[in-house]
Design a protein around this ligand. Structure first.
Ligand SMILES: [Zn+2]
Ligand SMILES: [Zn+2]
Length: 279
Protein backbone atom coordinates (compact mmCIF):
# COMPACT_ATOMS: atom_id res chain seq x y z
CA UNK A 1 0.00 0.00 0.00
CA UNK A 2 0.98 3.64 -0.32
CA UNK A 3 2.36 5.42 2.74
CA UNK A 4 0.66 8.27 4.56
CA UNK A 5 1.27 9.92 7.92
CA UNK A 6 -0.92 12.65 9.33
CA UNK A 7 0.67 13.30 12.72
CA UNK A 8 3.99 15.15 12.41
CA UNK A 9 5.84 17.64 14.63
CA UNK A 10 8.32 20.11 13.16
CA UNK A 11 10.44 22.95 14.55
CA UNK A 12 7.25 24.97 15.02
CA UNK A 13 6.75 22.99 18.25
CA UNK A 14 8.92 20.20 19.69
CA UNK A 15 9.95 18.61 16.38
CA UNK A 16 13.55 18.76 15.25
CA UNK A 17 13.56 20.09 11.68
CA UNK A 18 11.72 22.58 9.51
CA UNK A 19 8.60 21.28 7.73
CA UNK A 20 10.18 21.29 4.29
CA UNK A 21 12.81 18.74 5.32
CA UNK A 22 10.03 16.31 6.31
CA UNK A 23 8.41 16.78 2.91
CA UNK A 24 11.66 16.13 1.08
CA UNK A 25 12.23 12.99 3.15
CA UNK A 26 8.61 11.94 2.59
CA UNK A 27 9.02 12.25 -1.17
CA UNK A 28 12.23 10.18 -0.97
CA UNK A 29 10.35 7.51 0.98
CA UNK A 30 7.59 7.47 -1.65
CA UNK A 31 4.91 8.83 0.67
CA UNK A 32 1.63 9.91 -0.82
CA UNK A 33 0.62 12.35 1.92
CA UNK A 34 2.05 14.05 4.97
CA UNK A 35 0.05 16.02 7.51
CA UNK A 36 1.62 18.52 9.91
CA UNK A 37 0.18 18.65 13.40
CA UNK A 38 2.07 21.04 15.66
CA UNK A 39 0.90 21.04 19.26
CA UNK A 40 -1.72 23.81 19.49
CA UNK A 41 -0.57 26.61 21.82
CA UNK A 42 -1.17 26.13 25.55
CA UNK A 43 0.10 28.26 28.43
CA UNK A 44 3.31 30.03 27.54
CA UNK A 45 5.29 27.95 30.07
CA UNK A 46 4.61 24.71 28.17
CA UNK A 47 7.70 24.40 26.02
CA UNK A 48 6.56 21.52 23.79
CA UNK A 49 3.56 23.40 22.38
CA UNK A 50 3.68 25.95 19.58
CA UNK A 51 3.88 29.58 20.68
CA UNK A 52 0.68 31.52 20.02
CA UNK A 53 2.76 34.13 18.22
CA UNK A 54 4.01 31.45 15.76
CA UNK A 55 0.60 30.21 14.60
CA UNK A 56 0.32 32.58 11.64
CA UNK A 57 3.82 31.73 10.41
CA UNK A 58 3.05 27.99 10.77
CA UNK A 59 -0.15 28.24 8.77
CA UNK A 60 1.51 30.35 6.09
CA UNK A 61 4.48 27.99 5.77
CA UNK A 62 2.45 24.77 5.53
CA UNK A 63 0.12 26.36 2.97
CA UNK A 64 3.13 27.53 0.96
CA UNK A 65 4.57 24.00 0.99
CA UNK A 66 1.20 22.56 -0.05
CA UNK A 67 1.35 24.64 -3.21
CA UNK A 68 5.04 24.15 -3.86
CA UNK A 69 4.95 20.35 -3.65
CA UNK A 70 1.45 19.71 -4.96
CA UNK A 71 2.65 17.56 -7.87
CA UNK A 72 4.86 15.36 -5.68
CA UNK A 73 3.09 14.80 -2.36
CA UNK A 74 -0.14 15.85 -0.66
CA UNK A 75 0.56 18.17 2.25
CA UNK A 76 -2.02 18.86 4.94
CA UNK A 77 -2.35 21.41 7.71
CA UNK A 78 -3.49 20.28 11.12
CA UNK A 79 -2.78 20.67 14.83
CA UNK A 80 -2.59 18.16 17.65
CA UNK A 81 -4.89 19.94 20.08
CA UNK A 82 -4.95 19.25 23.81
CA UNK A 83 -8.25 19.15 25.61
CA UNK A 84 -8.40 20.33 29.23
CA UNK A 85 -11.94 21.07 30.40
CA UNK A 86 -12.45 24.75 31.15
CA UNK A 87 -8.89 25.61 30.11
CA UNK A 88 -8.24 24.98 26.41
CA UNK A 89 -9.72 26.77 23.42
CA UNK A 90 -12.38 24.84 21.49
CA UNK A 91 -11.28 22.67 18.57
CA UNK A 92 -13.79 24.33 16.25
CA UNK A 93 -12.21 27.72 17.00
CA UNK A 94 -8.78 26.40 16.05
CA UNK A 95 -10.11 24.68 12.96
CA UNK A 96 -11.82 27.83 11.79
CA UNK A 97 -9.19 30.41 12.68
CA UNK A 98 -6.29 28.47 11.14
CA UNK A 99 -8.41 26.81 8.42
CA UNK A 100 -7.10 23.38 9.41
CA UNK A 101 -7.74 20.40 7.14
CA UNK A 102 -8.50 18.20 10.18
CA UNK A 103 -7.89 18.09 13.93
CA UNK A 104 -6.12 15.53 16.12
CA UNK A 105 -7.40 15.54 19.69
CA UNK A 106 -5.05 14.34 22.45
CA UNK A 107 -4.80 14.44 26.21
CA UNK A 108 -1.27 14.93 27.59
CA UNK A 109 -2.30 16.88 30.70
CA UNK A 110 -4.94 15.50 33.05
CA UNK A 111 -7.00 17.79 35.24
CA UNK A 112 -7.73 16.91 38.85
CA UNK A 113 -10.60 18.77 40.49
CA UNK A 114 -9.75 22.38 41.25
CA UNK A 115 -5.96 21.98 40.99
CA UNK A 116 -4.26 24.43 38.67
CA UNK A 117 -1.46 21.93 37.95
CA UNK A 118 -2.01 18.95 35.68
CA UNK A 119 -0.84 15.35 35.59
CA UNK A 120 1.66 15.26 32.70
CA UNK A 121 1.69 11.85 31.04
CA UNK A 122 4.60 12.35 28.68
CA UNK A 123 8.28 13.05 29.24
CA UNK A 124 10.32 11.38 31.99
CA UNK A 125 8.41 9.01 34.26
CA UNK A 126 9.14 11.20 37.32
CA UNK A 127 6.40 13.57 36.05
CA UNK A 128 4.03 10.65 36.16
CA UNK A 129 4.82 9.49 39.67
CA UNK A 130 4.95 13.02 41.10
CA UNK A 131 1.66 14.09 39.51
CA UNK A 132 0.01 10.87 40.63
CA UNK A 133 1.07 11.60 44.19
CA UNK A 134 0.36 15.32 44.42
CA UNK A 135 -2.80 15.52 42.30
CA UNK A 136 -4.42 12.12 42.95
CA UNK A 137 -2.93 11.16 46.35
CA UNK A 138 -1.29 8.17 44.68
CA UNK A 139 -4.66 6.67 43.71
CA UNK A 140 -3.91 5.26 40.25
CA UNK A 141 -7.48 4.22 39.61
CA UNK A 142 -8.71 7.74 40.28
CA UNK A 143 -5.99 9.21 38.06
CA UNK A 144 -6.51 6.84 35.13
CA UNK A 145 -10.29 7.29 35.36
CA UNK A 146 -9.78 11.07 35.21
CA UNK A 147 -7.69 10.56 32.07
CA UNK A 148 -10.29 8.46 30.23
CA UNK A 149 -13.14 10.71 31.38
CA UNK A 150 -11.25 13.65 29.90
CA UNK A 151 -10.77 11.68 26.65
CA UNK A 152 -14.47 10.81 26.49
CA UNK A 153 -15.48 14.39 27.21
CA UNK A 154 -13.12 15.55 24.45
CA UNK A 155 -14.66 13.13 21.95
CA UNK A 156 -18.17 14.21 22.83
CA UNK A 157 -17.69 17.97 23.11
CA UNK A 158 -14.82 18.73 20.71
CA UNK A 159 -15.48 16.10 18.02
CA UNK A 160 -11.88 15.77 16.82
CA UNK A 161 -11.44 14.15 13.42
CA UNK A 162 -8.74 11.87 14.87
CA UNK A 163 -8.02 10.67 18.42
CA UNK A 164 -4.30 10.70 19.15
CA UNK A 165 -2.64 7.87 21.13
CA UNK A 166 -5.81 7.08 23.07
CA UNK A 167 -4.17 4.93 25.77
CA UNK A 168 -1.10 7.12 26.32
CA UNK A 169 -1.78 6.85 30.07
CA UNK A 170 -0.22 3.38 29.98
CA UNK A 171 3.16 4.61 28.71
CA UNK A 172 4.76 5.45 32.03
CA UNK A 173 2.84 2.80 33.92
CA UNK A 174 5.04 -0.08 32.73
CA UNK A 175 3.05 -2.44 34.99
CA UNK A 176 4.21 -0.50 38.09
CA UNK A 177 0.82 0.82 39.14
CA UNK A 178 -1.83 -1.28 37.44
CA UNK A 179 -2.37 -4.13 35.01
CA UNK A 180 -4.17 -3.38 31.77
CA UNK A 181 -6.13 -6.57 32.32
CA UNK A 182 -7.85 -5.36 35.49
CA UNK A 183 -11.62 -5.13 35.18
CA UNK A 184 -11.85 -1.46 36.09
CA UNK A 185 -9.31 -0.61 33.36
CA UNK A 186 -11.09 -2.70 30.71
CA UNK A 187 -14.29 -0.98 31.76
CA UNK A 188 -12.73 2.44 31.02
CA UNK A 189 -11.55 1.18 27.63
CA UNK A 190 -15.05 -0.05 26.83
CA UNK A 191 -16.56 3.30 27.74
CA UNK A 192 -14.02 5.03 25.50
CA UNK A 193 -14.77 2.59 22.67
CA UNK A 194 -18.48 3.39 22.96
CA UNK A 195 -17.78 7.12 22.75
CA UNK A 196 -15.50 6.62 19.74
CA UNK A 197 -18.00 4.36 17.94
CA UNK A 198 -20.80 6.84 18.48
CA UNK A 199 -18.76 9.81 17.27
CA UNK A 200 -17.39 8.30 14.05
CA UNK A 201 -13.96 9.69 14.87
CA UNK A 202 -10.83 7.97 13.52
CA UNK A 203 -8.61 6.13 16.02
CA UNK A 204 -4.93 6.71 15.44
CA UNK A 205 -2.60 3.72 15.68
CA UNK A 206 0.49 5.53 16.91
CA UNK A 207 3.87 3.82 16.51
CA UNK A 208 6.01 6.34 18.44
CA UNK A 209 6.01 4.57 21.80
CA UNK A 210 7.34 1.41 20.14
CA UNK A 211 10.14 2.94 18.07
CA UNK A 212 11.21 5.25 20.91
CA UNK A 213 11.22 2.16 23.14
CA UNK A 214 8.94 3.88 25.63
CA UNK A 215 6.15 1.36 25.22
CA UNK A 216 6.27 -2.30 24.28
CA UNK A 217 2.94 -2.02 22.54
CA UNK A 218 1.31 0.38 20.12
CA UNK A 219 -1.05 3.13 21.21
CA UNK A 220 -3.70 1.75 21.46
CA UNK A 221 -2.95 -1.71 22.79
CA UNK A 222 -4.18 -5.14 21.63
CA UNK A 223 -7.56 -5.20 23.37
CA UNK A 224 -8.58 -1.77 22.09
CA UNK A 225 -7.47 -2.53 18.53
CA UNK A 226 -9.32 -5.84 18.44
CA UNK A 227 -12.47 -4.11 19.63
CA UNK A 228 -12.02 -1.39 16.97
CA UNK A 229 -11.88 -4.19 14.40
CA UNK A 230 -15.01 -5.90 15.81
CA UNK A 231 -16.92 -2.64 15.97
CA UNK A 232 -15.67 -1.47 12.56
CA UNK A 233 -14.20 1.71 14.05
CA UNK A 234 -11.97 3.44 11.46
CA UNK A 235 -8.23 3.55 12.18
CA UNK A 236 -5.19 5.25 10.70
CA UNK A 237 -1.47 4.61 11.23
CA UNK A 238 0.81 7.45 12.22
CA UNK A 239 4.37 7.75 13.41
CA UNK A 240 3.97 10.99 15.39
CA UNK A 241 7.37 11.86 13.89
CA UNK A 242 9.48 14.52 15.57
CA UNK A 243 12.29 14.05 13.04
CA UNK A 244 12.16 13.36 9.27
CA UNK A 245 13.89 10.00 9.81
CA UNK A 246 10.95 8.84 11.91
CA UNK A 247 8.22 9.41 9.31
CA UNK A 248 7.51 5.75 8.58
CA UNK A 249 9.01 4.10 11.64
CA UNK A 250 7.37 0.72 12.40
CA UNK A 251 4.80 1.14 9.61
CA UNK A 252 5.42 -2.20 7.90
CA UNK A 253 5.32 -4.19 11.15
CA UNK A 254 2.19 -2.34 12.19
CA UNK A 255 0.43 -3.09 8.90
CA UNK A 256 1.33 -6.77 9.30
CA UNK A 257 0.01 -6.76 12.85
CA UNK A 258 -3.23 -4.99 11.91
CA UNK A 259 -3.83 -7.59 9.21
CA UNK A 260 -3.33 -10.35 11.79
CA UNK A 261 -6.01 -8.75 13.95
CA UNK A 262 -8.36 -8.73 10.98
CA UNK A 263 -8.21 -5.21 9.60
CA UNK A 264 -8.36 -4.96 5.83
CA UNK A 265 -8.33 -1.19 5.52
CA UNK A 266 -7.02 1.99 7.08
CA UNK A 267 -8.40 5.50 6.76
CA UNK A 268 -6.60 8.12 4.70
CA UNK A 269 -7.29 11.79 4.10
CA UNK A 270 -7.56 12.93 0.52
CA UNK A 271 -8.60 16.39 -0.62
CA UNK A 272 -10.77 17.10 2.38
CA UNK A 273 -12.40 13.67 2.62
CA UNK A 274 -11.65 10.61 4.78
CA UNK A 275 -11.44 7.48 2.62
CA UNK A 276 -10.61 3.81 3.06
CA UNK A 277 -7.40 2.35 1.69
CA UNK A 278 -6.73 -1.39 1.50
CA UNK A 279 -3.72 -2.64 3.39
ZN1 LIG B 1 0.75 13.57 21.53
ZN1 LIG C 1 2.16 14.20 18.63
Amino acid sequence: MAYFSYHTHSSFCDGKENPESYIQEGIKKGMKAIGFSSHAPLNSDIAWAMKASDVDAYVTEINRLKRQYKDEIEVYLSMEIDYIPGVTKSFSQWKKSADLDYTIGSVHLVKSGGHSDFWFLDGPDTNYSEGLETLFQGDIRKAVSAYYNQIIEMIKTQKPDVIGHIDKVKMNNKSQYFSEKEDWYIDLLNKSLDAVAESGTVVEVNTRGVYKKKSEKLFPDDYFLKECCNKKIPIMISSDAHHPNELLNCFDDTIKYLKQIGFEQVTVFHKGVWKKENI
